[in-house]
Design a protein around this ligand. Sequence first.
Ligand code: HEC
Length: 153
Amino acid sequence: MKKALKVGIGLTLGAVVAVAGAVMLVGAKAGADPTDAAQVARGRVVYAEQCASCHGVRLEGQPNWQSRKPDGRLPAPPHDASGHTWHHPDPDLFKITKQGIAAFAPPDYSSDMPAFGSSLSDADIWAVIAFIKSSWPEEIRRRHTAMSERSKN
Ligand code: HEC
């Protein structure tokens, strides 16, 4: 009897571990991996179609991106290593792209950054972030990864 109970518990634990493993595998897709060639290729297309008009075809941003325009709004910043984008961990980059700057700014803040939640799938958003990350030098990527890891805690 005792032995049967132990086997039963063992099987149940095994099933729980298997389910958790499967969930983690599915979850792993929700992320931006700059070494995943397929994800980066998809992101390159999304970027060209949806982001390049403001953030620049070479991710260089708009001129004088740190100074507000006459209408009080900020120009689009670069997404390459010279910009500020890499100072945000992955989940924040995802949120800004999906919900717009409004996700982080006070309610009366006006910005030209659109929210892409209704026009891009989550997978497309992660892909474009993977593409942006793939443009960063190794050292910036390393620091960004460390920061994204810390932000999970
Ligand atoms: C119509 C112009 C426009 C388009 C198109 C656009 N952006 Fe932006 N984006 C901006 C502006 C302007 C800002 C700065 C917003 C502010 O701080 O007010 C910004 C800011 C950002 C930031 C925050 C950067 C930082 O350093 O804080 C991210 C991330 C971002 N955009 C991602 C994207 C992505 C990804 C796309 C394409 C899917 C995209 N943007 C398309 C104008 C645009």
